[in-house]
Design a protein around this ligand. Structure first.
Ligand SMILES: *[C@@H]1O[C@H](CO)[C@@H](O)[C@H](O)[C@H]1NC(C)=O
Ligand SMILES: *[C@@H]1O[C@H](CO)[C@@H](O)[C@H](O)[C@H]1NC(C)=O
Length: 239
């Protein structure tokens, strides 16, 4: 069959092309994949170096200050140490200074979700990619139920992670790393969060799980980090 007259010049030019469209597409995807993997690896190495250079955050757990409950005013108040709190007749709600999460609603949530909160917050953190901080805030509000002030602390923490730990944490999500490695050490994403974003978070929140004496789904050095000064029954003083 002589179809030559039907073939335009353009078609003729395309014929000798070495690769078909699907091959080109495949090669493009491969290059994209390799580039993204390299960006992820290099980015997470840079973040890791920043983490290594950051100082320890243990002082947040070694401070003698406690957050006590003033039963008369139904309010939390920071005391220099536990004996000062008890001298004033106030029960200790958690170790360290009081903050926006120092209330019954939020500490009770820490307690009731201790096996799942890390996973839920990782899920809420992924909303930041498309929806920014508003989407993260809404996700925490819906899936967790913190008070708004405490919710702001958690949201700001996620936005900090997005800035300082994003490659490390993407790597964790993509490779399905556990919270703790074989020797009980934190995974790189949690360690990055702890060292680079933890201080601002604790100052905002006051109460986190360790300071509230709650052993969570993240393995810890219990003796050094989990607060042991919490007085049972403090919550009734807030009602
Ligand atoms: C607690 O703080 C008070 C006031 O600063 C101080 O006099 C006291 O010795 C402290 N108690 C303990 C056990 O550190
Ligand atoms: C956590 O919940 C348990 C069981 O419901 C309770 O005994 C414990 O006092 C709670 N701890 C805190 C810090 O709320």
């Amino acid at each position: 069959m002589d179809s030559a007259p039907m073939v335009s010049e353009q078609d003729e030019e395309q014929k000798p092309a070495p690769w078909s469209r699907s091959k080109k597409c495949g090669i493009f995807s491969l290059l994209l994949f390799v580039t993204l993997t390299l960006v992820l690896l290099i980015g997470s190495e840079v973040e890791k170096a920043n983490v290594r250079a950051a100082s320890s955050t243990l002082y947040f757990y070694e401070t003698p200050a406690v957050c006590g409950v003033d039963s008369t005013n139904k309010a939390v108040v920071t005391h220099v140490n536990a004996s000062e709190a008890s001298k004033m007749g106030n029960l200790v709600a958690h170790c360290g200074d009081c903050g926006f999460c120092s209330n019954y609603n939020d500490i009770n949530i820490y307690n009731e979700t201790k096996e799942t909160l890390t996973k839920t917050s990782t899920n809420c953190a992924t909303k930041a990619f498309l929806g920014g901080s508003d989407a993260v805030f809404d996700c925490f509000k819906e899936d967790v139920g913190f008070t708004d002030g405490c919710n702001d602390c958690w949201t700001e923490n996620v936005m900090c992670d997005m800035k300082k730990c994003v490659f490390t944490c993407l790597k964790m999500i993509l490779t399905g790393q556990r919270n703790n490695g074989g020797d009980g050490e934190l995974n790189d994403c949690l360690l990055c969060d702890e060292k680079l974003c933890g201080p601002a978070f604790i100052e905002c929140a006051g109460a986190n799980r360790r300071r509230s004496g709650i052993v969570s789904d993240i393995g810890r050095d219990d003796l050094n980090e989990i607060c042991t000064s919490v007085d049972d029954g403090w919550r009734w003083d807030l009602e």
